[in-house]
Write a protein that binds this ligand. Structure first.
Ligand code: C2E
Ligand code: MG
Ligand code: MG
Ligand code: MG
Length: 291
């Protein structure tokens, strides 16, 4: 920890910031354990077209139900998993659970696309490519039913390995969404040559949309940049009807957020999706407000 952080000479000790603190090492051990038991689960959040309200897919988000701490947020343990080298196992687990979910939904008559978040550490080598290919094959799932979300921060630095991985997924038919867009300082040249299929505008821009000077202008520019690259723009973290309508008016193609639905457990998500697909709506705004 940083003893210089406080001029009084008394350091602010935060276990969460100390890589080697007993707290952190304990958490890591428990996370390893979580890879083999049922404490790591996925919840699903729908993504809708802003054009006609149709369902574009669902995003899988990991949840860790810690026996003592309760729910631990991914922002707390994903960085830990990345640093400690267990990310490959975690991602393997996430992809396996997500693909099994697609099979279960297929059996109930539900065909949807699921988007899985992957980390930069997953994109080294061919492990993830092999895992995805064999996972889809083993379940007879079309590649189009899987999407990978990679954060823009990852792609800002160009590497041959990353380019190869993206090309391999593209050839396979697995689409890639550029997550947290606008936070990664990718050069425009880099973006132009990047084989991705969709851009997800970071929640921070959506949050600044209403009541912030320049908010709509920035968001509009981001949407137009996506379109200039030939890609649809999807807004994340849309919490209100006003945000939804503003984004829609700015030409945004799709949206996701509490206004539509919170991330839902598999059962709740299944029921939600069945209902949604049974009565497709061509209305402007989504109607379901739940939880
Ligand atoms: P992300 O991929 O950008 O996901 C969006 C985050 O915004 C999620 O947080 C989601 O629950 C939250 N969210 C959705 N709608 C709203 C809204 O209307 N308002 C607000 N305030 N928040 C909303 P979550 O689930 O805590 O995940 C945080 C991040 O952790 C994700 O950001 C993603 O980068 C990472 N993550 C989550 N699951 C996984 C995973 O399975 N693997 C990897 N590698 N990363 C994951
Ligand atoms: Mg995401
Ligand atoms: Mg995102
Ligand atoms: Mg994000």
């Amino acid at each position: 920890y940083d003893a210089k952080a406080n001029r009084s000479g008394i350091a602010n000790y935060t276990p969460a910031r100390d890589r080697n603190s007993p707290d952190r090492l304990g958490l890591l051990g428990e996370l390893r354990q979580g890879l083999t038991d049922d404490s790591l689960t996925l919840v699903y959040q729908p993504k809708l077209s802003m054009l006609d309200g149709s369902l574009l897919g669902v995003e899988a988000l990991i949840r860790w139900n810690h026996p003592v701490r309760g729910a631990v947020a991914p922002d707390e343990f994903i960085p830990l998993a990345e640093r400690s080298g267990i990310m490959p196992q975690l991602t393997e687990r996430v992809i396996t659970v997500a693909l099994d979910q697609l099979v279960a939904w297929r059996e109930s008559g539900l065909i949807v696309q699921v988007a899985v978040n992957v980390s930069v550490t997953d994109l080294a080598g061919t492990r993830l490519i092999d895992l995805v290919r064999s996972g889809l094959q083993a379940r007879s799932l079309p590649a189009a039913q899987l999407q990978l979300e990679i954060t823009e921060r990852v792609v800002a630095q160009e590497t041959a390995e990353l380019n190869e991985a993206l090309a391999a997924f593209s050839a396979m038919g697995v689409t890639v969404s550029l997550d947290d867009f606008g936070t990664g300082y990718s050069s425009l040249l880099r973006l132009q040559s990047l084989p991705v299929d969709e851009i997800k505008i970071d929640r921070a821009f959506v949050a600044g949309l209403v009541g912030t000077d320049g908010g709509p202008g920035i968001v509009q520019a981001v949407i137009e940049l996506a379109h200039a690259l030939g890609l649809p723009a999807i807004a994340e973290g849309v919490e209100t009807e006003q945000e939804w309508n503003t984004l829609r008016a700015l030409g945004c193609d799709g949206g996701q957020g509490w206004f539509v639905a919170r991330p839902m457990t598999p059962d709740v998500a299944g029921a939600w999706l069945h209902e949604r697909l049974a009565s497709p709506r061509s209305t402007v705004s989504p109607i379901t407000k739940n939880q």
